[in-house]
Each structure stands twice: as structure tokens, then as C-alpha cells.
Design a binder for this molecule. Structure first.
Ligand code: ZN
Length: 434
């Protein structure tokens, strides 16, 4: 299996950890010197930076939150003079409040290298035609673009929303690799069906998908519908964008680029570290970033670490795919679950898509969950009440068996939820008074 940075990606753990500590100390000194926010924080907590000589010692330092980034918008968290900033990515995220992230020339160079690692890890090379298809000019688009050029691929920037145009480009230029969100890959698959184009008529062989949490069930569906191999990758614009971690060809966990990012997993409620392998909130410290370094940044993303060595030979620790957001956790009659689990159940049911609306209500008897979900186009069921009932029973018993949930299932025609849900596959409408 090809490895882009073999020396670093297969470095013995002890050596890697030594490199991390050295880079961590340099980063802490730099933010103390150049970022008022961190200087004030470290002084308030009486943190003696000279004593932070191990990764464990880092835990004395307070966490940085998204709120801190909003409060310092636009420039207060930058750690270099603005003349050294060569790129600014402004993101509004899901909350609609802006965050501005600056990159120096070196930051862009590292980003490019990390994306080259990610692409090489899934065997995308100078033989490939890479179609970068996000529906807007998201941060990820730029990282992927530079990294794909670095590995010598023929890059086709195609961040347009018109699906027919997207497919025309894919067919005419014989695209071999698709870089997009999982939702968009699924939309491409649906559009191909509508246009009566068989995936075999294309040259597409793989997709590198990310930018939102997605499930193994959705991966299976995309791979089946497009007749490709689909890989997961992870990043977030506050930290850098894509390139933080990615799957190798083993498709069993995402290797974290630990020489650039130090990863921790904490309990999102108590903020205490989680034991190795336990699920919790991902927290990252950047180790090389000059423009916008972050110390112990809470991502809000839930995953666990996998310390066992990987078959590919990389020594970089793996993380599981992100299973959801801390703020997405739903509690229904004391039963805790992430909406993504419901998506998995729906996808596993023949005839149903992944789009759904979860409606929560509460009365004296407790919480009531209603799931409205779409019957797939062309599935010959809507006129046959008996079959519809069977489909509902199938979902109900899976919900009870897997999640211990009771829910009222309402099946609606394909396309009904599309407008309401917009980009999101699942919408949660919670009418319960908190
Ligand atoms: Zn691997």
C-alpha cells in the first residue's frame, strides 16, 4: 500500500511522542507570547509552561471552545502579524456566528502535504481524475485542490450545485475519484438513476467523503449505488479543514496526523479524560500551525480512539468515524441515542431512504417519538396498505431491538421531506418543553 510520508507515518510511537512534546512546548510558548487570550488564560490559572513536559501535563490547561473563537472574531486569536497571513477562511458553521481562521505560507504547505498523505492513503495518484464537488466553496475545497495537485492528479474543480452538470463533467472527463460530502454522493447516485445512466458507464472507482457525520450503512449504500469504494475523512475548519484524519485502504478507523495534531477524548459532561477506546468528545491541539494555533479545542464531535496497530503499517493512531455531535444527543423517556442510529435502521430497511423527520412531543404519559420517513422512489408500495404496514412493523421492531425505542412511523412519498430538510438528512423537531 502506498504511503506518502513513510518516515513520519510509520515512525515508532516513542519517537512520535517525543516529537509531539517538542512541538507542543514550542506551540505553547508561541501562543503565550502572541495571543492575548491564551496569555491571560495561562496567567489566571498560574500555568508554568516550563513544567508542561508531557502530553498528560497538558490537561492542566483549560479547554478552548467555539464560544472563545466567536468572541475573538475576526483577528484576536491570530498568532502572527497580519502581513504573514496569506489566506483567511471565514466560516459561519451551523450556528450562523462567524469564525475567521488565518493561514501562513507554511500552514498552507503543511495542509497540502497532509491532503497528499490522505489521498495517497486511498491510492489516489497521478493516474487519477479528481472531481472536487462540494456544493459551495467550503474550506475543504481548497485543501483538497492543493493536495490533489501535489500528488499529480488531474484536478477538476466542480463545486457547483447542478447535479446534471456535475454528472456531465464526470462522464466527459472520465472522473475516477469523487471528493464530496456523503450526502452529495448519494444525490449523484439518485440523479444517475433518474437520468438512466448506469454507474458502469462512468469511470468512477472511489470517493473520499467527509464534512458531516455519516454511517456504515450509508457507506454501503453509496458503494452499491455508485459501484465504487468509499472512504471517510475528517477535519474541521477551525483546526485546518480536511487533513486532520482519514481512512487508509483498510477502511477501519481514520489515522490522525498526530505529528500535526494532538488528539484527546474527553467526557463532554465532566470534561475528564476518557479511557483509551471509550467514546467521548474529540479535543485537538495544533502542533505546527502558525497563523491560528488552537490549544485543547473542543470539537463537539463524538468518536473513540483505536490504539491497536493498523494492517497498513502506519503507526499514527486511528480514531473511529464520528458518530454524532455532543449537542445532537437525544433523550427520549430516559433512553439516550444519536439520531444517526435511526438513519442506520432506516437505510437497512429495503424501500426506505435515509431522510427522516423526528418529531418529539411530551404529555403526562411521557415522551412520544414520531418518525416521518420517505419511501424510495419506484418502490411499489404506496398503494398497498398491507405492504406499508409490514414496512412500518419492520422499522418498529428494529427500533425496539436496537435502541429500545417505541415510535410512531409515518411513511411519506419520496421528495416530501427534501424541501423541509434542506441539506440535512435528519431533522429533529422537539416540541417538548425543556
Ligand atoms: Zn491503516
Amino acid at each position: 500500500m502506498p504511503i506518502y510520508d513513510r518516515d513520519t507515518e510509520t515512525m515508532p510511537r516513542a519517537e512520535l511522542e517525543q516529537l509531539q512534546v517538542e512541538r507542543l512546548q514550542a506551540t505553547l510558548r508561541r501562543v503565550y507570547r502572541n495571543v492575548a487570550f491564551y496569555r491571560q488564560r495561562f496567567d489566571e490559572q498560574r500555568i508554568d509552561l516550563a513544567r508542561i513536559r508531557s502530553i498528560d501535563a497538558l490537561r492542566q490547561i483549560p479547554l478552548t471552545t467555539r464560544h472563545d473563537l466567536h468572541a475573538s472574531y475576526p483577528y484576536d486569536m491570530f498568532a502572527v502579524p497580519l502581513r504573514d497571513i496569506v489566506r483567511i477562511h471565514s466560516t459561519s458553521g451551523t450556528t450562523g456566528r462567524p469564525i475567521g481562521v488565518g493561514y501562513t505560507h507554511n500552514d498552507i504547505g503543511h495542509w497540502t502535504t497532509l491532503i497528499a498523505r490522505v489521498l495517497t492513503g486511498v491510492d489516489i495518484s497521478d493516474r487519477d481524475f479528481v472531481q472536487i464537488a462540494f456544493t459551495n466553496l467550503a474550506t475543504g475545497t481548497f485543501g483538497f485542490h492543493y493536495g490533489a495537485e501535489r500528488v499529480g492528479a488531474s484536478v477538476i474543480p466542480a463545486s457547483i450545485s447542478d447535479l446534471h452538470e456535475q454528472i456531465r463533467i464526470m462522464r466527459d472527463y472520465k472522473t475516477t475519484a469523487l471528493l464530496s460530502s456523503p450526502t452529495y454522493a448519494l444525490r449523484i447516485a439518485r440523479a444517475l438513476q433518474e437520468m438512466e445512466i448506469r454507474p458502469q458507464e462512468l469511470n468512477l472507482r472511489c470517493a473520499l467523503l467527509g464534512g458531516e457525520p455519516w454511517s456504515e450503512a450509508l457507506r454501503a449504500k453509496i458503494e452499491e449505488d455508485l459501484q465504487i469504494v468509499a472512504y471517510d475523512n475528517y477535519g474541521l475548519s477551525e483546526i485546518m479543514g480536511p487533513g486532520v484524519s482519514a481512512e487508509c485502504e483498510c477502511k477501519d478507523g481514520l489515522h490522525v496526523n498526530e505529528d500535526h495534531f494532538l488528539v484527546e477524548v474527553i467526557d463532554p459532561v465532566t470534561l475528564e479524560p476518557r479511557a483509551m477506546g471509550e467514546q467521548g468528545e474529540l479535543v485537538f491541539t495544533t502542533l505546527t500551525k502558525e497563523g491560528f494555533p488552537l490549544i485543547r479545542y473542543r470539537t463537539g464531535d463524538l468518536a473513540h480512539l483505536m490504539p491497536e496497530p493498523c494492517r497498513c503499517g502506519r503507526t499514527l493512531m486511528r480514531m473511529s468515524r464520528v458518530s454524532g455531535r455532543c449537542d445532537d444527543l437525544l433523550i427520549v423517556n430516559g433512553n439516550k441515542f444519536f439520531p444517526g442510529r435511526i438513519e442506520e435502521i432506516l437505510l437497512a430497511t429495503e424501500g426506505l431512504g435515509s431522510r427522516a423527520e423526528l418529531i418529539l412531543e411530551r404529555d403526562a404519559r411521557g415522551d412520544h417519538l414520531q418518525i416521518r420517513t420517505e419511501v424510495e422512489q419506484g418502490f411499489p408500495l404506496l398503494d398497498e396498505i398491507k405492504n406499508l404496514e409490514r414496512l412500518k412493523r419492520q422499522v418498529s421492531s428494529a427500533l425496539a431491538a436496537v435502541l429500545g425505542l417505541e415510535a410512531r412511523i409515518v411513511l411519506v412519498e419520496h421528495g416530501t421531506l427534501t424541501r423541509a430538510a434542506g441539506k440535512r438528512k435528519l431533522i429533529v423537531t422537539d416540541h417538548r418543553t425543556q
